[in-house]
Design a protein around this ligand. Structure first.
Ligand code: AMP
Ligand code: MG
Length: 485
């Protein structure tokens, strides 16, 4: 029997159906969502199951069958209510009051073995009151791309959603940005909260401070529980959100990741990264690298991301003023730059091999690294993975040895910036004892995996799927990502 012919009867031994779902959001009342029905699909072919995250749900992967995934997340059996969440948002700077879950819903909320509340959110599960002109569907390629982004970012240390499963659903979709007809999928995302900045913006638009306060209490209770008993919990919540978002965007920047659509409906109130559409990893250090073809003014280009996230936090102050004093909000946002720079600096130093570095040359090293990457346009990821691959104790002996046997340096010819960089790197290495060089080599290796999801790589995974339904390269790629190769 093929997966597509799985019988339609619900199986009460399905571990996904017997999870202990909590109605955290549902219990707030129906001002925040609409109950919806899922689409029925002509086909259900399981393409991806993320066994790595099942233990966090208290599930043993071996006890979960492919049919269990399909029954729960392809056929949506025995699960009610399914909630399309209401939200608005600033899209490319323009306020849009016509948003909301247009092709997904909150399938359920589950407490992980870590004590945290997780959402299962679908994408591509059918029309809702917020679909506007859309078909409510997700392309298979879109599903593949989000699975890859979430796994890659997670393994690069970014605080991100993961994908629990992706099921091909047998519909022919028409899209302007993919050769069409193109195949369809439903993807289930597991993250900390689908409550967005735009969820609060909607309540401000509707002039409902009462609903803002209620939602904020819920957010603090579930996602900032250590603040519940603090007298100034609201101000502390915003200050911590600022810190989480600043650190998140620093993680993207160090990972060379461009999210592409930093609208306020794509910003989670838990400070976690999610919703990966036209994202890209930067091929080289180009501050103006822009991932979305429809981002005509480069609003969300690579180097604008910290500023945009700060702006989004600033705009969130408007709805939060219903509950939090403006001075407290300003005071919270004032720390954004510090949090960002501290995290970015520490992550970049790790990419350069250093866990901690109290050296007067640190700022200069970071500045020279960026300047070199930008001037030379060598591959951003390749530069660091070549450092990791070729690192040797000889680098401590003479600056001329630094990266001398890497693939990229000979190709550069003479570069004054690289010379300055290697002289400084050599000098810093001499502050370490020879027996500490192993630790540097290890830090370089774990901080700079070889597998990088540049667009041509993702396309090379997609092509065999599109041409001959060959999923092997996709599974192999995910394995390499998961083993941090
Ligand atoms: P996104 O760009 O994926 O963050 O989506 C922005 C808004 O458009 C959200 O309200 C989505 O639910 C909605 N949307 C995107 N694609 C579709 C679609 N194919 N059908 C219905 N709604 C969609
Ligand atoms: Mg979105």
């Amino acid at each position: 029997m093929t997966l597509a012919e799985t019988p339609n009867n619900a199986n009460s031994s399905n571990p996904f159906l017997t999870l202990n779902y909590e109605s955290a959001l549902e219990s707030l009342g129906d001002d925040y969502y609409d109950e919806v029905a899922p689409a029925e699909f002509p086909q259900h072919i399981l393409r991806w199951r993320n066994d790595a995250i099942l233990p966090r749900l208290g599930l043993n992967p071996q006890a979960v069958t492919d049919e269990d995934f399909i029954t729960a997340f392809g056929k949506f059996q025995e699960r009610k209510p399914l909630l399309a969440l209401r939200y608005h948002g600033y899209q490319f700077g323009e306020y849009n009051s016509g948003l909301g879950d247009g092709r997904g819903f909150l399938y359920g909320q589950v407490r992980g073995t870590d004590g945290e509340l997780y959402d299962f959110g679908t994408k591509g599960s059918g029309k809702t009151p917020y679909s506007r002109g859309g078909d409510g569907m997700l392309t298979l390629k879109g599903g593949v791309r989000e699975v890859i982004a979430a796994e890659a970012l997670h393994h690069l240390g970014v605080r991100t959603s993961r994908c629990l499963t992706m099921i091909e659903t047998g519909l022919a979709l028409w899209r302007g940005d993919e050769p069409s007809p193109t195949r369809s999928s439903v993807m289930v995302r597991m993250n900390r909260s689908h409550i967005r900045f735009g969820t609060f913006e909607r309540l401000h638009y509707l002039r409902r401070p009462d609903l803002t306060e209620k939602l904020l209490n819920h957010v603090i209770e579930q996602y900032y529980p250590h603040l519940i008993r603090e007298e100034d919990k609201y101000a502390l919540f915003y200050a911590e959100l600022v810190q989480r978002v600043a650190e998140l965007v620093a993680q993207w920047m160090a990972a060379g990741f461009c999210h592409a659509v930093l609208n306020t409906d794509n910003m989670s109130i838990s400070g976690e990264s999610f919703d990966y559409g036209p994202y890209a990893f930067i091929p080289t250090y180009d501050p103006y690298f822009t991932a979305a073809y429809f981002d005509y003014y480069r609003r969300y280009c690579y180097s604008y991301q910290p500023g945009i996230c700060k702006l989004n936090l600033d705009m969130l102050q408007e709805p939060l003023k219903a509950v939090i004093a403006p001075d407290d909000l300003e005071a919270g946002l004032a720390h954004f730059d510090d949090y960002y720079h501290t995290e970015y600096r520490s992550l970049m130093l790790r990419k350069l091999g250093f866990e901690q570095l109290q050296n007067p040359g640190v700022n200069e090293l970071l500045q020279l690294t960026i300047q070199f990457l930008q001037d030379s346009q060598v591959g951003y990821h390749q530069f660091f993975s070549e450092m990791a691959r070729t690192f040797s104790s000889k680098w401590r002996d003479d600056p001329a040895f630094v990266m001398h046997n890497s693939d990229i340096v000979p190709a550069l010819g003479t570069s004054p910036v690289f010379d300055n960089w290697s002289i400084l790197y050599h000098k810093i290495l001499n502050d370490f004892d020879p027996d500490q060089l192993d630790t540097i080599a290890q830090t370089l290796a774990v901080s700079n995996p070889k597998t990088v999801l540049l667009r041509p790589v993702i396309e090379s995974i997609w092509e065999p799927i599109a041409q001959e339904d060959n999923w092997q390269p996709f599974y192999e790629l995910i394995e390499r990502i998961q083993s941090r190769d």
